[in-house]
Design a binder for this molecule. Structure first.
Ligand code: ZN
Length: 168
């Protein structure tokens, strides 16, 4: 690494150039001085980043391309995550191979606060699966389970009717 003091000037920076490094453009000299000034009071990670940036500029001789690359990296990191291109229901973003929907559950948790009847979709191998009752179901199998649950709720409601009739 080319080392120079924190009160560096363009002249003193240029004096640190190794023989195997290309001449620095005037703009790059200014950037290297600014990088040196930016290190003051920063933590070691940021200083390591600035040192890496400076070393690339030393090797290139010109800061323009290096700074453009850094800007591209920062912009890419800030860009909103790319939505799933396979399923509209998938909540995963960016590159992924396991697709998940948002999971839903009954509005009322059980007595212990646990979710009731949580359900969602997954696709791990090119087939959309319904997750229900801790099972991985085909859509057809899920419909059968749902019909059973509807019947069960009707039976539960019949119990309530019985309770009302025998109240008092
Ligand atoms: Zn997906």
């Amino acid at each position: 690494m080319n080392a120079f003091s924190s009160d560096a000037t363009a002249t003193s920076v240029e004096a640190c150039r190794r023989a195997d490094q290309p001449p620095l453009t005037p703009g790059s000299l200014r950037v290297l001085v600014q990088i040196q000034e930016m290190k003051v009071g920063q933590d070691e990670n940021y200083i390591a980043f600035l040192n890496l940036l400076a070393s690339h500029i030393w090797e290139a001789g010109d800061a323009t391309a290096v700074l453009a690359q850094v800007q591209d990296i920062i912009l890419a990191a800030r860009a909103p995550a790319r939505p799933c291109t396979v399923h509209a229901w998938c909540v995963e973003t960016g590159d992924h191979f396991e697709h998940y929907s948002k999971f839903i559950e009954a509005p009322t948790p059980d007595h212990f606060g646990n979710p009731v009847l949580s359900a969602g979709l997954t696709d791990f191998r090119g087939t959309t699966i319904v997750g229900l009752l801790d099972l991985d179901l085909t859509p057809a199998a899920a419909r059968i389970r749902i019909a059973e649950l509807r019947t069960h709720l009707d039976n539960v409601e019949a119990l309530v009717t019985t309770a009302e009739a025998s109240a008092g």
